[in-house]
Design a protein around this ligand. Sequence first.
Ligand SMILES: Cc1cc2nc3c(=O)[nH]c(=O)nc-3n(C[C@H](O)[C@H](O)[C@H](O)COP(=O)(O)O)c2cc1C
Length: 364
Amino acid sequence: MSHNTFGHLFRVTTWGESHGPALGCVVDGCPPGIAFSEAELQTWLDKRKPGQSRFVTQRREADLVRVLSGAMPQEDGTTLVTTGTPISMMIENTDQRSKDYSEIARRYRPGHADFTYDAKYGIRDYRGGGRSSARETAARVAAGGLARKIMADVKIRGALVQIGTLAVNRDNWDWDSVDDNPFFCPDPECVPRWEAHLDAVRKAGSSVGAVVEVTADGVPAGLGAPVYGKLDQDIASNLMSINAVKGVEIGNGFHAATISGEDNADEMRIGADGEPVFLSNNAGGVLGGISTGQPIVARFAVKPTSSILTERRSIDADGNEVDIRTKGRHDPCVGIRAVPIGEAMLACTLADHYLRHRGQTGRV
Ligand SMILES: Cc1cc2nc3c(=O)[nH]c(=O)nc-3n(C[C@H](O)[C@H](O)[C@H](O)COP(=O)(O)O)c2cc1C
């Protein structure tokens, strides 16, 4: 009945709450002999960690990841090599302020998971949202770092493509500029507009939604398990499992419903090396639930943070009608920090399918 695990061969179980002593994950099924380091994993965690700009939550967490099992330290003192046994990784919580949350111990924040956790379990860790908090996603990012090492030739990247109604200009897309601004924005011209908009949102104690795009280049053709383990199905499911995600698109997604079959066809030719070439990628790199060899492209919509300073109507656990302002430290646009989380979920999904494809067909 518990669902804290995803993946089949690259199997990730996360544990821990926002305000407990620590959180982490166990990755089971990682092949032996893969070299990695805690520092490499840390680069991905650093992208997700809070407090890095005025546009994200001011909670101060170092988010240092420690590998507790499943890897042998090498003589250089930094390299770890997987042994094929469960890899346990832990991240300590160091900046909890549970007092911030005492007011919502019995009150349900509109748009958050308070009401549904009580309805389901009858008990709720209200400190920072407990397990419904996106702090849990730090563990996914650690697992994603490991997943990337399994597919050394696959490049997984993410970018924020829209904040509220302000979308990037795709003609300006520059992957190299994504890490040069606090938004993971691929369009340098868009950055000042987003800064001004988010400053206004933040000062008003409000919040705003966003759209994240994640891609994977170098994925071989053949990954995916029709008909109930399709690659696009699992990507969508795993992206949808991220907190605050309300929609997922693969390739041209909902736009496909608006264009003709002619325009949507990803036509094919034979390239100079005799290999198939697609003339477009509306499919987002997946056909029939199997990767085509083209880049995998997925987007997901993140709702505005439910914790806002403006009073909203709600109820409490004792059946009273109440008005709630959510104090505490919150991300005004959770879509920003969702970028590395989306990358991690794509990495874990692809690593899992990579191993499943190899297991079934002996290829890759
Ligand atoms: C990176 C990230 C940070 C988040 N931070 C907050 C936050 O500070 N305050 C908040 O109310 N929700 C935050 N959320 C969203 C909640 O975790 C989420 O809305 C809540 O668990 C309810 O689940 P649902 O929106 O998926 O239905 C965050 C989400 C992400 C991805």
